[in-house]
Design a protein around this ligand. Sequence first.
Ligand SMILES: Cc1cc2nc3c(=O)[nH]c(=O)nc-3n(C[C@H](O)[C@H](O)[C@H](O)COP(=O)(O)O)c2cc1C
Length: 223
Amino acid sequence: MTDKNDPKHAFIMTELSVEEAIFTTRSMRHLKPDPIPKADLEFIIEAATMAPSAGNYQMWAFVVVTDEQTKQGIGNAYREAGTAYIKDTVLANPDTDDERRRVYTQAMHTVEHLAEAPVIIVACLTQPCPDDAATGSGLFGSIYPAAQNLMLAARSRGLGSVLLTLATDYSPTLPHSVKPVKEILDLPEDVGSVALIPVGYPKGQWGRPRREDVANSLHWEKW
Ligand SMILES: Cc1cc2nc3c(=O)[nH]c(=O)nc-3n(C[C@H](O)[C@H](O)[C@H](O)COP(=O)(O)O)c2cc1C
C-alpha cells in the first residue's frame, strides 16, 4: 500500500496534475505485455477505494488477474461477447454511423487481444443488484467513480487502461460453451463482475480524447 510517510509520496502524487490526467487519459487498447510492479497495482486499487459510494457502503471489490490461464479464460468470454455484440451486431448494421464504426472498429482490437494485457482488473459489485433502475443507479453508480479513479491513478504511473462491460456478470448471457467471469474467478454468490479493466504500459500516445464541444452538454441555470 502507499506509504504516506515516504518523502517520495508527495512527489509521486503531484507529478502529473489532476487536470493533465483528466484531459489526456483515453482508452488505451494497445498495451505492452511488460509486467507491472505490484506496488503500482496496490496503489491504483487503493486509489479506486478513495472514490465516493452511495451511503459510503463501498460495495466494491477488485480482482487483480495476472495468471495467464485466468486471463485466457476472461479473454475467451470477452471474445465471445465482443464478437456477438460489436462485430456481428453493431459493425454488421449498415445504419451504424461513421463515428460509432470508428469506435467499435478500435474496440475489436480489445476483443481479439484482451488476454495479452499483463493485468486484467475485474471490478465487482459485492451485493446483488435488483432489476430496478433506482437501486441499480446507486449500486453501479458506486463502481464507476472507483473505476475512473483507478484509471486515472494508473495513468499517473504511466499505465494505460480501458473500461469494458461486455462479458461481465450484468451483460447479456454468454453461450453455455463459454465459462462466465463469475465462475472463472470463483466469485461468491452475491458478488458480480461489473467491469473488466485491462491495464498495461501503452503502445499509443496519451492525448485529449475525442469529444463533442462542451457547449453541447453545458446548460446554465436551466436546460
Ligand atoms: C460504462 C462503459 C462501458 C464500456 N464498455 C466497453 C466495452 O464493453 N468494450 C469496449 O471496447 N469499450 C467499452 N467502453 C469504452 C468506451 O468505448 C470508451 O470509453 C469510449 O469509446 C471513449 O473512448 P476514449 O476515452 O478513448 O475517447 C465502455 C465505457 C464505459 C464508460
